[in-house]
Design a protein around this ligand. Sequence first.
Ligand code: NDP
Ligand code: GDR
Length: 374
Amino acid sequence: DSVSRSEPTDANGTDDLAYPTPHLQNTRKIALITGITGQDGSYLTEFLLDKGYEVHGLIRRSSNFNTQRINHIYIDPHNAHKARMKLHYADLSDASSLRRWVDTILPDEVYNLAAQSHVAVSFEIPDYTADVVATGALRLLEAVRSHISATGRSHIKYYQAGSSEMFGSTPPPQSESSPFHPRSPYAASKCAAHWYTVNYREAYGIFACNGILFNHESPRRGENFVTRKITRAVGRIKIGLQSKLFLGNLHASRDWGFAGDYVEAMWMMLQQEQPGDYVVATEESHTVEEFLVAAFGYVGLNWKDHVVIDKRYFRPAEVDNLKGDASKAKKVLGWKPKVGFEQLVRMMIDEDVELAKREKVLVDAGYMDAQQQP
Ligand code: NDP
Ligand code: GDR
């Protein structure tokens, strides 16, 4: 290839993350993932590595390493010949970094998973949320478009992580043809990213897909999303490290699936002959209260003995009821979820009880404060 190799971008040379990308002269497919350190990024990376891909992840600079979810698959680049996952510094707010890595990595598939992904937090930092979620997607699309224009690599495919939050107050069941009515800065920004993606497909013929994914959870879910907040608390309450759990609105309904199942749908979208937009959902909906019943009940506890309603967790505008209609994904992609609601709850509780046991060891040894809440 004609692209020259870059030097490590780290100024003092001690960094082992932002490493040059020695292009393997092989036939492996190359994927570029933004948001690789997040829940979905970690599952998608495992999935693509299993399929034989070389995976490049863009990570952002933070004062602490935030690669916990992918440490188990990370190979030090000093053994670079063995490493099929590589990490590079970039940021969705920095167009030049996106363009540089697209040009250097020469991906076959680009997955845009990066986002300020917390709905409630988007009311606190709306401007930043729009910059990363909406304009960030536009920057990445533009990097792909100009890369194709400069190199002729028109086979490159783009996946945009869209969300059921875009439907907002539109009543269920929500499908690809349901109208968007976003209820938060996050959701409005995802709508913009959705339409940027459609526009780049129509205007430039880019193979660009929107996955409209309903909530998907896992033991790797961020700890301030409601499912994981609940399962973390259940683990800690069961082991005696915590007694109360403070929550907001328990009446909202969500269509909760397993993240490991959903990343497969992302990949499937990019393997089709034609680009398109797909709803990915379990088609089953439960309230937050029903999640509480299942989670506490699984370890023999009554949620009512522990949950305290705290006004601070209510949102200025709520999304009341999400339940997807995934018939297009089932028919066209042949996708269907493998993990059901009860199994998902049990999987998350099992892991969080084990985590709480490990925390207890640290508490008993005096290394950790029992009051420290996740
Ligand atoms: P997470 O919050 O777990 O991960 C978000 C990722 O984005 C992290 O890797 C984060 O990096 C990265 N990121 C945040 N800001 C920036 C930035 N400015 N530049 C570069 N990277 C950034 O989200 P999920 O894995 O749960 O979700 C993946 C995507 O799917 C998101 O876009 C989300 O909005 C969307 N989505 C998620 C659903 C779900 O139920 N999980 C449902 C529908 C859509 P860091 O680790 O440094 O914070
Ligand atoms: P959501 O997920 O907003 O659907 O967005 P979240 O788990 O944050 O909220 C789900 C519902 O639970 C209610 N809730 C609480 N939520 C949180 N976080 N904390 C609480 O204490 C609490 N108490 C009640 C909420 O009001 C809400 O109704 C997720 C994210 O992953 C998005 O990025 C993604 O796009 C959508 O799912 C689909």
